[in-house]
Design a protein around this ligand. Structure first.
Ligand code: ATP
Length: 177
């Protein structure tokens, strides 16, 4: 059985930090997958979208459809995934539920107070101002998780909680069969 641990939370909630802590400790090899990695590796012609040579809003649906399909392709080949992602389109949860149905998905909600999100966003300076607030208001609405965590508890403590829950085997989230 291929495993997917899906970390879901607002921008700056600490998903990447938690994913790295978890990847360093978990007993099986897991890929850490995020659209940030594609962006940072130069996959997209970002400067040209920013300059207006191309229309990002027009390209966005195909980008995310491809990203979601790639997750299923990686997992189908037998790769375990720590996925960090933000479901900021209503169509994405059902799309991912269908694509990831063959796999063991452990769905984790990562919460963080808005004041902290805003401080982190300002300190980073590499995310559009307001991303965290927009996500904060919507990201967890209507989601059923296997586990809900508080970012302020820290990545070490939270990776412990994930490992305990994930190893325990129970699955009751939106991704449970
Ligand atoms: N538990 C924590 N305590 C203090 N700072 C943290 C914690 N977790 C993350 N951070 C800091 O908050 C910032 C955002 O963290 P991170 O990149 O992990 O968030 P993210 O949810 O992956 O963000 P995005 O979705 O925008 O990529 C980073 O500067 C990180 O060092």
């Amino acid at each position: 059985m291929t495993h997917i641990i899906f970390l879901h939370g607002a921008s700056s909630s600490g998903k990447s930090t938690l994913a790295r802590a978890l990847q360093a400790r978990i007993e099986l090899p897991f890929w850490h997958v995020s659209i940030d990695h594609l962006r940072d590796a130069g996959v997209l012609p970002l400067q040209r979208y920013r300059r207006g040579d191309f229309d990002w809003q027009a390209a966005r649906p195909a980008f995310f459809k491809g990203f979601h399909a790639s997750l299923a392709a990686y997992a189908s080949a037998g790769n375990n995934l720590i996925l960090e992602h933000i479901l900021d389109d209503d169509a994405w949860l059902p799309e991912l539920q269908a694509l990831l149905a063959p796999f063991d998905v452990y769905f984790v909600g990562l919460h963080c107070p808005l004041t902290v999100l805003n401080e982190r966003e300002a300190a980073r300076g590499d995310r559009p101002v307001g991303s965290a607030q927009r996500d904060f208001e919507t990201v967890h609405l209507g989601k059923n998780y296997d586990l809900e965590l508080q970012s302020l508890d820290g990545a070490e403590r939270n990776s412990d909680l994930i490992l305990r829950g994930w190893r325990g085997g129970a699955r009751n989230s939106d991704f449970a069969q």
